[in-house]
Design a protein around this ligand. Structure first.
Ligand SMILES: Nc1ncnc2c1ncn2[C@@H]1O[C@H](COP(=O)(O)OP(=O)(O)OP(=O)(O)O)[C@@H](O)[C@H]1O
Length: 254
C-alpha cells in the first residue's frame, strides 16, 4: 500500500541545511494502523506530509496504492489529496461558520452535495456520537467533539489512506481515549489504512505498526551517507529496534 524508498528531505534554514529525513525506507500494508513516533523535531510530521503529497521529498521515492507521488504532476497531487486522502490535524481545522454536518461535507462542496453524500456524512457523525449535534457550529462543540467532526470529514470520501498529525494533542486524556476508540472502530468498518503521528504511545497496541524516527531516520535502519539521495535501503517494515547512532542533522550546503 505505502512504499517509502530512500527518502531524504532537506530544508534550507538561513545559511544552513536541515536534513529532516535522512534516507527513510518503510512499507505499510493496506488496512494497517501505523504510528510514527519519535522525539520532537525528529521528522515525524515531515514524513506524514510527504505521504499526503503536501510536500515533495528532496530525493527518494514514495508510492501509495501504486501511485508514485514523487513524479506526479502538481494537479495530480492536488487530486490525490482531495479525493484519496483524509487528513486529521491536531487543531481540528473546522470552518467556524459551518455546522458540524456542513464541515463533514466540505470535500464535496465544490461539485455540489448529493443526498447520498449528505446521508453518509450524517451517518458518520452519528457513529462518532454526534447524531444530535449535526447543526452545531464548532464553537458549540468541545475539542473532542470537534475532532470527531474532523474524523468524519476525513472518512466521508472513503479515502484509501487517513493521515493524522497528533490527533489528540489538544485534548485531555479522556477525550483522547475516545478519539482512538472512534478511529479504531471506524477503521474496522472502512478497512482504510491509517497513519498517525503521536507523542503518546499509550494508544499503540501490539498489532499496530510502529515507525520510530530519530534524527530523520527510522530506528533500526543503518545510517546512510550524509548529503542526501543515496540512502542505504536498510530494514523495511517494522522498525522496532535499536537506535542507529545519531548524527547531526544540520549541515552547510555544498
Ligand atoms: N519548512 C521547514 N523549513 C525548515 N525546517 C523545517 C521545516 N519543516 C520542518 N523543519 C525542520 O525539520 C525537522 C523535522 O521537523 P518535523 O516537524 O518533521 O518534526 P516532528 O518530529 O514532527 O516534530 P514535533 O514532534 O515537534 O512536531 C525539524 O528540525 C524542523 O525544524
Amino acid at each position: 500500500m505505502i512504499d517509502v524508498v530512500g527518502v531524504w528531505k532537506s530544508y534550507r534554514s538561513g545559511s544552513r541545511m536541515v536534513d529532516a529525513l535522512r534516507g527513510v525506507d518503510c512499507h505499510v500494508d493496506r488496512g494497517r494502523f501505523a504510528f510514527i513516533v519519535g522525539p520532537s523535531g525528529s521528522g515525524k510530521s515531515t514524513l506524514l506530509y510527504m505521504l499526503g503529497a503536501l510536500d515533495r521529498p528532496t530525493s527518494g521515492k514514495i508510492v501509495v496504492d501504486g501511485q508514485d507521488l514523487t513524479t506526479m504532476s502538481e494537479s495530480s497531487q492536488n487530486a490525490y489529496r482531495r479525493e484519496q486522502i483524509g487528513f486529521i490535524f491536531q487543531s481540528f481545522n473546522l470552518i467556524s461558520n459551518l455546522s458540524a454536518l456542513e464541515n463533514v461535507l466540505v470535500p464535496f462542496l465544490p461539485r455540489g452535495v448529493t443526498p447520498e453524500q449528505r446521508d453518509r456524512a450524517a451517518d458518520l457523525l452519528t457513529r462518532t456520537g454526534l447524531g444530535m449535534r449535526l447543526d452545531h457550529r464548532p464553537y458549540q462543540l468541545s475539542g473532542g467533539e470537534q475532532q470527531r467532526v474532523a474524523i468524519a470529514r476525513a472518512l466521508v470520501k472513503d479515502p484509501i489512506l487517513v493521515l493524522a498529525d497528533e490527533p489528540t494533542g489538544e485534548l485531555d486524556s479522556k477525550a483522547g481515549d475516545e478519539i482512538y476508540r472512534i478511529l479504531r472502530s471506524m477503521q474496522e468498518t472502512s478497512k482504510t489504512t491509517l497513519v498517525v503521528v503521536t507523542h503518546d504511545r499509550r494508544f499503540i497496541t501490539p498489532d499496530d505498526l510502529v515507525l520510530e524516527i530519530q534524527d530523520g531516520r527510522l530506528v533500526g535502519q543503518p545510517g546512510p551517507a550524509e548529503g542526501g539521495g543515496d540512502g542505504d535501503a536498510g530494514a523495511r517494515g517494522h522498525a522496532n529496534g535499536v537506535a542507529a547512532g545519531a548524527e547531526p542533522r544540520v549541515r552547510t550546503p555544498e
